[in-house]
Write a protein that binds this ligand. Structure first.
Ligand code: GLU
Length: 441
């Protein structure tokens, strides 16, 4: 008997999801609730510009390597394009597009006068020497110099890039354009036009929001356990802020793996250990990338990055890469709060599962907006020649980020949305207002 009858439904082939389709999923859901016409809607679906080039970099062994490089400029209705540049073997067009779109929403959520962009080079920076790394940084600027500028598009650090790399990039830009342009790039070293507080800004902003949230929920930090995925710049600073405020940091990790201690981990000790043993090529990532796997700290358990997400804790902080909280593990997450210091860590499917389970998520476009907010302060200082004190940076950051948080909270309540949807809604409406004012739509 033939069993392959017409009643058997064809297998469902899931459409391949990419970071950009995941962004669009949330976007479409939110846009559907905002009053706008088709032309306006079309503006949000694709970036304004996608620049891509293969950059040639001569390695120390004399061979030349071609590296795919991208700068995606999503929207500049509210001001110059703004967003970091990441060096990562998996950086590709779909990822950089999604991140550029998230930057546009992020700058609008915290209401700073920028649009959104993102850059990427498809390279494993951990395999490069310091001089090779410098060549990648300069080649990137050479490739995209016509699209960058203080009033046009201002890059910044992102995954695996840091102040030293920003300094090389500014230097290259000024050499090519024969200008003095301190505001062309943010996240620079203090000695070369940087701002106080920029290095810890991403974590600081997230911490301000967390504190506000915990206070409103009448919870006691001394009783809260936190797991942090990623011990780069943002994750490490966050571990310090939490530890110093009475929270118990039970787990941290980097790309090599993590450690777990139910009684708490001392971030100072881990950072010291990491600095001593983290053998990273070219030393470029000092303070940015670590190698915890080599740590042999008494009383702690080595865990994988996947295990970290499912640990018993109250607050989970993904502070590394995207796409880590998915439909596969969302049901197993035990935290009641998720603060997204990474960009795009949660898929739309996971979002829905977590929402049903009553887990509160502070989304990336709000939770990690402290970085770009202090970039804005750095940009302003670069243009005016002023130098802000650390206290002023901290005070202004707190004001800006908590204003953003309040707008999102209000929108979530009014529109009965999740915080992610509400943040998208606030951001999109502000972008739309600017586009309408300009007469673009
Ligand atoms: N790369 C950071 C982000 O994703 C900072 C961007 C900036 O400062 O321009 O928000």
């Amino acid at each position: 008997m033939d069993t392959s009858s017409a009643t058997t439904p064809p297998p469902v082939v899931a459409k391949a999801s990419t970071p950009y389709t995941r962004f669009q999923d949330t976007l479409k859901r939110v846009i559907g609730k905002i009053d706008m016409n088709d032309a306006e809607r079309a503006f949000f679906m694709e970036p304004q510009h996608i620049h891509k080039k293969d950059i040639a970099v001569q390695l120390d062994n004399g061979t030349t390597q071609m590296l795919p490089a991208f700068r995606v400029q999503f929207n500049n209705a509210r001001g110059p394009y703004k967003g970091g540049i990441r060096f990562h073997p998996e950086a590709d067009e779909a990822e950089v597009k999604a991140l550029a779109a998230l930057m546009s929403i992020k700058t609008a959520v915290v209401n700073i006068p920028f649009g959104g962009a993102k850059g990427g080079v498809q390279v494993d920076p951990k395999k490069l020497s310091k001089s090779e790394l410098q060549k990648v940084a300069r080649a990137y600027v050479q490739a995209f110099v016509d699209h960058v500028g203080e009033d046009i598009d201002c890059p910044a650090p992102d995954v695996n890039t840091n102040p030293i790399i920003m300094a090389w990039m500014r230097d290259e830009y000024e050499k090519i354009t024969h200008t003095f342009s301190p505001a062309v790039i943010t996240g620079k070293p203090l000695s070369f036009g940087g701002s106080l507080g920029r290095d810890t800004a991403t974590a600081r902003g997230g911490f301000f929001i967390l504190e506000e949230m915990i206070e409103r929920a009448a919870l006691d930090p001394d009783e809260l356990k936190v797991a942090i995925q990623g011990f780069g710049n943002a994750g490490m600073s966050m571990a310090h802020f939490l530890h110093n405020s009475g929270y118990t940091v039970v787990a941290v990790s980097d790309s090599q793996g993590g450690i777990y201690s139910p009684d708490g981990i001392d971030p100072v000790r881990i950072e010291k250990y990491k600095r001593k043993t983290g053998a990273v090529a070219g030393e470029y990532c000092e303070g940015s990338v670590c190698d915890i796997q080599r740590m042999k700290i008494d009383g702690v358990e080595h865990i994988t990055n996947e295990q970290l997400l499912e640990l018993p804790c109250d607050i989970l902080i993904p502070a590394a890469l995207d796409n880590v909280i998915t439909s596969e593990n969302a049901a197993k997450i035990k935290a009641k709060y998720i603060l997204e210091l990474a960009n795009g860590p949660t898929t739309p499917e996971a979002d829905a599962i977590l929402d049903r389970r009553g887990v509160s998520i502070i989304p990336d476009v709000l939770a990690n907006a402290g970085g770009v907010t202090v970039s804005y302060f750095e940009w302003s200082q670069g243009r005016s020649g002023e130098q802000w004190t650390a206290e002023k940076v901290d005070r202004e950051l707190k004001r800006v980020i908590l204003d953003g948080y309040k707008s999102v909270r209000r929108e979530a309540r009014r529109e009965e949305m999740t915080y992610r949807e509400a943040a998208f809604s606030v951001g999109i409406k502000r972008m739309l207002d600017a586009m309408r004012a300009r007469g673009w739509v």
